[in-house]
Write a protein that binds this ligand. Structure first.
Ligand code: ARG
Length: 458
């Protein structure tokens, strides 16, 4: 019998039970549900709705249930509809009659919302911490290849040389924004719905501010209807994870390219690559492909929740139970990807000579010659046209740009620009890809990281 069977004459049909039970997935929330119940019990005690002895007994009982679940000894009963009912049912078995008081002035609607916010708060902190570790892995790779450079691409065509650090920091900046976003979301999620009851609060003298404080929430809800029906914090979390997933997917795609024989810019360690069941020579970058592939379901989970929320009348509707699996899935999957990608970058060896050869492509010097002509007083559009003609000649004759430049009276003095690495050194403007600018950028990145770290742990 469920805990709410009082007003029913026949038991629930199996088909409805199978559709509506959520224990099979919301058992994930047990720890957060018990935290919420501890605060609720303390709230009931200070409101005079439980004696000190009753509260003490309920709290030690909640701890006993927590340990049963943690040790894997908890036995679900057939009537346990979800983790919240299961915990109350077991606590009542263990504590005796006082167990029947634990749900005073509480509904599953505020109880579930409370547990879910506590879960989300922890998950956001956990993900942000992992993102920062991935950024640390990128920084380590940049540091251990401090002079390495490669072509910067637009349209996946070689464009201008960039320091490897500059390239990796580009990803780092996106990830720092992800961390900021996760923490912003955590701030908005950090409001307690406990005490909202089913929809309209209660006639009993509870103090939601007190339970909010006990749970470390910034404040308690202002509106009981909003408190039980708001899932913005889940939607925001799913968006943050989806966008983070898109960033990780782009990084994954890049690793796939870099580790291909065609690029040959990098190799992942044996511990972060997989073999082929048929082809003995294969060493595959599955880690990068999964980083790319997982992003699909992360975007799907966000879409799924938004569609679930759309059109729901106030307040709680059972549809809201569908918020949990997408959230749990996105949290788990993105954590898996973050951990594996950080390891993959730490295992990566960058093939600096191969990347430098690609970046020393003579055509990448074209813009620098044009800019020297500009310094000599030529309008940029004419300089572009002049160097463009030299490039055209080189392409038609099948020779390098340096050859054509050396043969041209007006350009020959720029021959030294073709020395390996000199185009990189010329990238000096603020935020540019050359060594001096990147050194300055690194200080800004460090400051941004310090701020992100302190926000995450605040
Ligand atoms: N398992 C449900 C959920 O996660 C519990 C809420 C049920 N509330 C209710 N009023 N029927 O949403």
């Amino acid at each position: 019998m469920t805990l709410w069977a009082g007003r029913f004459e026949t038991p629930m049909a199996q088909a409805l039970w199978d559709l509506s039970e959520s224990y099979s997935f919301d058992v994930t929330l047990y720890e957060h549900d018990i935290r919420g119940s501890h605060a609720h019990v303390e709230g009931l005690r200070s409101a005079g709705l439980l004696s000190d002895d009753e509260a003490r007994l309920l709290r030690s009982t909640l701890e006993a249930v927590r340990e049963e679940i943690a040790r894997g000894e908890f036995v679900r009963h057939d009537s346990d509809e979800d983790i919240h009912m299961a915990i109350e049912r077991r606590a009542t078995e263990l504590a005796g009659p006082v167990g029947a008081k634990i749900h005073t002035a509480r509904s599953r609607n505020d109880q579930v919302a409370t547990a879910l916010r506590l879960f989300t708060r922890d998950a956001l902190t956990g993900i942000a911490t992992r993102v920062l570790d991935l950024v640390a892995a990128l920084r380590e790779l940049a540091d251990s290849n401090a002079t390495a450079y490669l072509p910067g691409y637009t349209h996946l065509q070689r464009a201008q040389p960039v320091l490897l650090a500059h390239h990796l920091y580009a990803h780092a900046w996106a990830l720092v924004r992800d961390v900021e976003r996760l923490v912003d979301t955590r701030e908005r999620a950090n409001v307690s719905p406990l005490g909202a009851g089913a929809v309209a609060g209660t006639s009993l003298p509870i103090d939601p501010d007190r339970t909010a404080r006990l749970l470390g929430f910034r404040e308690a809800f202002a509106n009981s209807m909003d408190a039980v029906s708001d899932r913005d914090f889940v939607a925001e979390t799913l968006f943050d994870i989806a966008l983070l997933g898109v960033h990780l997917s782009r990084m994954g795609e890049e690793l796939v390219l870099w580790t291909s024989a065609e690029f040959g810019f990098a190799a992942l360690g044996d511990d972060f690559t997989t073999g082929s069941s048929m082809l003995p020579q294969k060493k595959n970058s599955d880690v990068a492909e999964l980083a790319r592939g997982k992003s699909g379901r992360l975007v799907g989970n966000l879409t799924s929740l938004l569609v679930t929320l759309k059109g729901l009348p106030l307040t709680y509707n059972r549809d809201l139970q569908e918020d949990k699996e997408p959230l749990f899935d996105s949290v788990r999957q993105v954590e898996l990807v973050l951990r594996a990608l950080a390891g993959a970058y730490r295992s990566l060896s960058f093939n600096a000579p191969v990347a430098a050869r690609a970046a020393d492509d003579e055509f990448l010097v074209a813009i620098d010659i044009a800019e020297r002509l500009v310094e000599a007083g030529m309008p940029f559009r004419r300089a572009h046209e002049r160097v463009g003609r030299a490039v055209g000649d080189a392409v038609r004759r099948g020779v390098g740009l340096a050859t054509v430049v050396a043969e041209s009276e007006d350009l020959a003095l720029y021959g030294e620009l073709f020395e390996a690495g000199s185009a990189l050194d010329l990238r000096t403007s603020p935020g540019a890809s050359g060594p001096a600018a990147v050194a300055a950028q690194r200080e800004r990145l460090d400051a941004a990281l310090a701020r992100a770290h302190s926000r995450v742990s605040a």
